[in-house]
Write a protein that binds this ligand. Structure first.
Ligand code: GDP
Length: 143
């Protein structure tokens, strides 16, 4: 099994609903370790840049507005198969389609306000981690 790192965000609706601890509990229960974390309020430019891949999609403007509507918590998760495991714990983008027991099925309000973000592949994980964290922000778990 490969130890991976992935970028995770508790989005503005998750922070507003005081779900940070609940989301972290689910990550930790799944064996994912938090190795960096920061609360921040994304600027328009940060949100646009982060979601640049979606710039042609009809929901892009709404997505940027939503992601800048309040503070978020960004974190780096580490663990065996972390990218896929994190996506499993989050569930499908649309909470109506997400498997029971996942964060989005249990806690998300809509396909847009879906509580969390997680990188979807090794190259995006690398780029997304670097988008928010420098190498010295990452704290290897020495115990
Ligand atoms: P994710 O990887 O599961 O987060 O999904 P995507 O990368 O496809 O989409 C990024 C984010 O855009 C989602 O998490 C939602 O917050 C939002 N989003 C995706 N699809 C839609 C949509 O059809 N309508 C709206 N309003 N937002 C969407």
């Amino acid at each position: 099994m490969v130890i991976e790192r992935t970028l995770s965000i508790v989005k503005p609706d998750g922070v507003q609903k005081n779900l940070i601890g609940e989301v972290y509990r689910r990550f930790e229960q799944a064996g994912l370790r938090i190795v960096a974390a920061r609360m921040m309020h994304l600027t328009q430019a940060q949100a646009e840049g982060f979601y640049a891949v979606h710039r042609e999609r009809p929901f892009y403007r709404d997505l940027v507005r939503y992601m800048t509507s309040g503070p978020v918590i960004v974190q780096v998760l580490e663990g065996e198969n972390a990218i896929e495991k994190h996506r499993e714990v989050m569930g499908a983008t649309d909470p109506k389609k997400a498997a029971r027991g996942t964060i989005r099925a249990d806690l998300a309000a809509s396909i847009e306000e879906n509580v969390c973000h997680g990188s979807d592949a090794p190259d995006t994980a690398r780029n997304e981690i670097a988008y928010f964290f420098s190498q010295s922000d990452l704290c290897p778990r020495t115990r």
